[in-house]
Write a protein of this length. Structure first.
Length: 81
């Protein structure tokens, strides 16, 4: 069994109000490590056995049409073991 992960992030030129809210809250809570924060989404898709090239292609298509908005977001598909 393997997990295919799709990570979706807003494109760099798109404003991220949720990330900005987190970035401004961190120092108020005593955390001073961050210069900026961007928030994204993570999808974990479990498949039986090792993912095939066809399955990865299908996940890419799903990421492009359902899991992300390609106008304002980018995505990365990877396999975790």
């Amino acid at each position: 069994m393997a997990t295919i992960v799709v990570e979706v992030m807003l494109k760099p030129e798109i404003l991220d109000p949720q990330g900005q809210a987190v970035a401004s809250a961190l120092p108020r809570l005593g955390f001073t490590f961050a210069q900026s924060v961007r928030q994204g989404k993570r999808f974990e898709i479990t498949v039986a056995g090792e993912p095939t090239a066809a399955q990865l292609a299908e996940v890419e298509k799903a990421a492009e049409t359902l899991l992300s908005n390609p106008v304002i977001e980018t995505f990365v598909v990877k396999v975790e073991k």
